[in-house]
Design a protein around this ligand. Sequence first.
Ligand code: HEM
Length: 380
Amino acid sequence: MVRSLFSARSFFRDPVGYVSAHGEDGAPLRLAAGPSRFVLVRDPQAVWRVLVTDADSFRPGKWKRRARRFVGNTLNTLDGEQHRRRRLLLQPSLDRRRIARFTPSIAARVEEAQRGWRDGARLRLRDELDRLSLAVAGEVLLSAELDPGLATSLAVVMAGVPCFTPPLPGTRAARALARVESSVTGLVGAGGSDDDLLSALLRGGLPERTARGEVIAFLLAAVDEPPSGLEAAWYLLGRSPGARERLEAELDEGRRDYLEAVLRETLRLFPPARHIDRCPVGNGRTNVVVSPLVTHHDPRLYERPSEFVAERWLRRDERPRGAYLPFGAGAHACIGEPLARAIMTETLGGIARRWRLHVDPDAPVPGSRAPRLEVTLERR
Ligand code: HEM
């Protein structure tokens, strides 16, 4: 049953609240937004079928098709054999072992970012995280030192996605996109080096326009996703003094298990990719939505689902597959996961060893529309 013609709007405003009010039985929820129809699939087994087992019965969803209009045919928006070929071409440049080679350099950048920090200073944390994450992505993906101002332009472009794709002419988003495009044109011209993403794209013989779109899509992900995960981690730690103390104590002893658990729990509560969409082959009107956000809050899968309990990840995880999917699953699962993990672990570990970041008690809950988190620095 479709609940109301505008139910999708209420759902996207507060997905977890909507689901707990309307769907205690776990069955798929049908939602509507004017003429569009969505089916929200929540059960881990059903999630797994959509993303993995029956993936051939689905095409990229509406949101991706919209993104295609402004970055062209990128990995994220391709399908079937074309997707498989592009993924094989790019995979080695994001491979776990290759990314591991950059760990010392990422750690050095994290140290460098803290150089000007002063005890008691206020900091717009997300700005720092965006610049850091972009600098790492520039080195790993393009073998380039990127202009830090590019982080701001990318953030402006990202804020307009997916509502205004492509951005309307004359808007701030359109000007930011023009700046991003011109920087990326220069970078693509420089050609990358060795085994990085850019040299793979050029080696693959892709048209320059496609290579540019692909680079932009990767940079957007790099500036949006790991910083948003890290911002949420500090928000949660700021409200859980016990967790923050345990993290500091373990870092001081050179241990990282709790750090990993904090990040896992953060990505459960605030998955940066809140929803993933697919379109069933032969039924263009109904979008199927898998929501990491909703599934991660299911009380049948997680005890005290809305609480930050990093310890739950220190025990053996016996949940069904499909219960935890911040990076998605199947053929389209996040290709940037090793890089994202390296950025998040080195940044959270490298900063929490030296600084305590205080969050105001009334700080806004992290989310795509939330203002950027401000923190007060305390040297440890
Ligand atoms: C915490 C950080 C991140 C999270 C939570 C995340 C999440 C996701 C998710 C859920 C998907 C699957 C989308 C789908 O199935 O439709 C995905 C795909 C993707 N991600 Fe990430 N991502 C993160 C970081 C990154 C980074 C740093 C990059 C780039 C360097 C990146 C690049 C991509 C690309 C290119 C795809 C498309 C893969 C494909 O379709 O084959 N992501 N990501």
